[in-house]
Design a protein around this ligand. Structure first.
Ligand SMILES: Cc1ncc(COP(=O)(O)O)c(C=O)c1O
Length: 394
C-alpha cells in the first residue's frame, strides 16, 4: 500500500489572503440557489464581444501553420512595431520596438513578473491602497515587502509621495501606480507624473505604471501616459492591455513599453517562465491596434451612458458621488455607519446585486464599495431600481 503524501503548501501560498472574488462568488451562488436573479456588478470584465474585424483577423491567423509553433518570448517584431506605432499615435512619444517593447500574456502577467526581475528579499515596493491586488501579492512572492501608499479622496486618490518615510523610500526598488485607477476611477494629471519621476530619480526607484484603462474615458477627457513626462523613460515602464480597450480579456494580450534595461529585465524573467503569446493572437492584436479606433469610441459611448444611468440611481438612493472621467468603475462611499462588508452583504441579500467591498482592494478601501458598469443597460437599470428600493428614494 502506498503511503499517503502529506501535501503542504509553501509559506507564500499559505500567507495569501483569500481571493476576493472567490469569496464573493460563493456568496453569490448561495443567493442564486434561493432562486434570486442576481445581477453581478462585481468583476470588471467587459460584457460585449470583441469587435468583428479583430475576430476575423484571428481566424485568418489561426489557419497559418507558421503561427502554431512556439512564439518569440518577447513578441513578434510586427506586434512590437504595432504597439510602438499605436503608442506614438496615441501619446506622441516614440519607442524602439526591438528594445523598448515586450509582449505580455495580458498585462497581469507582466505586472506579476516585475518583482521577480527587480526585487530581492527584504526590498520594499511602493503599492497603492486601494489597488489591484496583484502588485502586493507579486511583491510578496518575490520576497519583497509591500509598502502601502494610501489613496485618499482629499488627494484625488493620488498617493502622497511626501508622506512616504525617507527610510522606506531608500529601501524601495519599485513603485506601482495605476491611472486611470482601479478601483477609484480617479485620473492623474501631468504634474502628478512629474512628481513621480522626480521622486523615482531621487530614490532610484523603478516606476511601473499600470495603464490598463487609458482608453476608457469620457466627456472629451484623454488620459495621459506617464511616459509623456520628461525623464519618465529613464525611470520606468508602462503596462498596456488590449483587454478592456477591445473587449479582449479572454485573449490574454498586452505589452510593456519604456526603459530598455527595465524591459529587458522583465523579458529575462519571461524567457524562463513562459513562451510568449500565441502568434495568431498577436496578429489579431496588430489588427486591433492598427485599425480605425471607432470601435473604442463606441464602447466608451456605451459605458458613459451606463455611468450616467447608475450615477442617477445612486444619487436618488442618497449617495453623493462624482461621475468618473475614466474607467468603468464607480467608487462610492458606504452609507453612514456601515462597513464595506456590510454594504456588499446588504445589496446581495436584499437586492440580489453584487458589488465589491472596498476593503477587498486594501485596508484604505474600507468605507467604500465599487460598482462595475460591465452589464447591459437593462440589467443596470434593474440593479439601480433594486438599490433605490433597498435604501429608499431620497
Ligand atoms: C488595474 C488593472 N491592471 C491590470 C489588469 C489586468 O488586465 P489584463 O491582464 O487582462 O491585461 C486589470 C484587470 O482587471 C486591472 O484592473
Amino acid at each position: 500500500m502506498s503511503k499517503k503524501l502529506k501535501i503542504e503548501y509553501a509559506e507564500r501560498i499559505k500567507q495569501l489572503p483569500p481571493y476576493l472574488f472567490a469569496a464573493i462568488d460563493a456568496k453569490k451562488a448561495e443567493v442564486q440557489a434561493q432562486g434570486v436573479d442576481v445581477i453581478d456588478l462585481g468583476v470588471g470584465d467587459p460584457d460585449m464581444p470583441t469587435p468583428a474585424h479583430i475576430i476575423q483577423s484571428l481566424k485568418l491567423a489561426a489557419d497559418k501553420s507558421e503561427n502554431h509553433q512556439y512564439p518569440s518570448y518577447v513578441g513578434m517584431p510586427s506586434f512590437r512595431q504595432a504597439a510602438a506605432d499605436w503608442f506614438s499615435r496615441r501619446f506622441g512619444v516614440t519607442f524602439d520596438p526591438a528594445a523598448e517593447v515586450v509582449s505580455l500574456i495580458g498585462s497581469k502577467e507582466g505586472i506579476a513578473h516585475m518583482p521577480l526581475a527587480f526585487v530581492d528579499p527584504g526590498d520594499y515596493v511602493l503599492v497603492p491602497d486601494p489597488g489591484y491586488p496583484v502588485y502586493a501579492i507579486a511583491t510578496s512572492f518575490a520576497g519583497g515587502v509591500p509598502y502601502m501608499m494610501p489613496l485618499k479622496a482629499e488627494n484625488g486618490f493620488l498617493p502622497d509621495l511626501d508622506a512616504i518615510p525617507e527610510a522606506v523610500a531608500q529601501k524601495s526598488k519599485l513603485m506601482f501606480i495605476n491611472y486611470p485607477n482601479n478601483p477609484t476611477g480617479a485620473v492623474a494629471d501631468y504634474d502628478f507624473f512629474v512628481k513621480v519621476v522626480e521622486f523615482a530619480a531621487r530614490y532610484n526607484i523603478i516606476v511601473c505604471h499600470d495603464a490598463a484603462y487609458t482608453e476608457m474615458a469620457y466627456d472629451g477627457y484623454k488620459p495621459l501616459s506617464f511616459l509623456e513626462v520628461p525623464g519618465a523613460r529613464e525611470v520606468g515602464i508602462e503596462f498596456h492591455s488590449l483587454s478592456k480597450t477591445y473587449n479582449m480579456t479572454g485573449w490574454r494580450i498586452g505589452f510593456a513599453i519604456g526603459n530598455p534595461k527595465i524591459v529587458a529585465g522583465l523579458g529575462k524573467v519571461k524567457t524562463n517562465i513562459d513562451s510568449g503569446a500565441f502568434q495568431a493572437i498577436q496578429e489579431a492584436a496588430i489588427t486591433a491596434l492598427a485599425a480605425d479606433q471607432q470601435c473604442v469610441k463606441e464602447m466608451c459611448d456605451i459605458y458613459r451612458k451606463r455611468r450616467d444611468l447608475m450615477v442617477s440611481f445612486l444619487t436618488r438612493a442618497g449617495f453623493t458621488l462624482a461621475s468618473p472621467k475614466a474607467t468603468f468603475y464607480l467608487w462610492i462611499n458606504n452609507p453612514e455607519g456601515m462597513t464595506s462588508a456590510e454594504v456588499s452583504a446588504m445589496f446581495l441579500e436584499k437586492a440580489g446585486v453584487v458589488v465589491t467591498p472596498g476593503n477587498g482592494f486594501g485596508d484604505a478601501g474600507e468605507g467604500y464599495f465599487r460598482i462595475s458598469l460591465t452589464v447591459p443597460e437593462e440589467r443596470l437599470n434593474e440593479a439601480g431600481e433594486r438599490i433605490v428600493k433597498v435604501l429608499g428614494s431620497k
